[in-house]
Design a protein around this ligand. Structure first.
Ligand SMILES: N=c1c2ncn([C@@H]3O[C@H](COP(=O)(O)OP(=O)(O)OP(=O)(O)O)[C@@H](O)[C@H]3O)c2ncn1[C@@H]1O[C@H](COP(=O)(O)O)[C@@H](O)[C@H]1O
Length: 121
């Protein structure tokens, strides 16, 4: 089966990350050297909750409460489903990133740590 190149991960042999807009990647994709991991994002959101910087969307989402946080999780999950069936790989990846963010906001809102979740993986 042939199809478009699927250069989603850095080529270890090349010793560098793929760059946004490089061959095989849609423009707009982040340089993999700048992306953050699930754990790094969780640390960032935990810090936002602790320091409550002005203008933080995360602080606003936390202040909105668990009910609103849960609705966002459901909304993003639906968008992931739709993107998986009807949209590009890039759109799907973007929606998944938003779902992960919303799950993390809910975790912080409820006071869960990553270890609380990882023990069930
Ligand atoms: N990864 C995310 C992230 N993913 C999604 N979102 C939020 O979710 C929105 C997209 O969700 P929706 O589809 O519900 O869009 P929307 O309805 O227009 O958004 P809202 O009006 O409901 O906020 C985005 O516009 C962001 O507000 C995120 N907001 C923040 N982050 C990261 O979280 C960290 C802390 O962010 P701040 O708290 O904003 O400083 C930073 O590293 C950010 O990059």
């Amino acid at each position: 089966m042939t199809g478009p190149p699927r250069a989603r991960l850095p080529d270890p042999a090349a010793g560098q990350a793929c760059r946004a807009g490089s061959p095989g990647r849609p423009s707009g994709w982040k340089d993999l050297q700048t992306v953050k991991t699930f754990d790094e994002l969780f640390s960032e959101l935990t810090e936002r909750a602790r320091t409550r910087p002005a203008g933080s969307g995360t602080v606003a989402a936390l202040d909105a409460g668990v009910h609103a946080q849960g609705k966002k999780v459901l909304e993003e999950a639906g968008e992931v489903w739709i993107a998986a069936e009807h949209e590009s790989d890039q759109r799907l990846a973007e929606e998944i990133s938003q779902l992960l963010y919303r799950v993390q906001v809910l975790m912080v809102g409820r006071g869960l740590t990553t270890e609380d979740v990882y023990r069930y993986l």
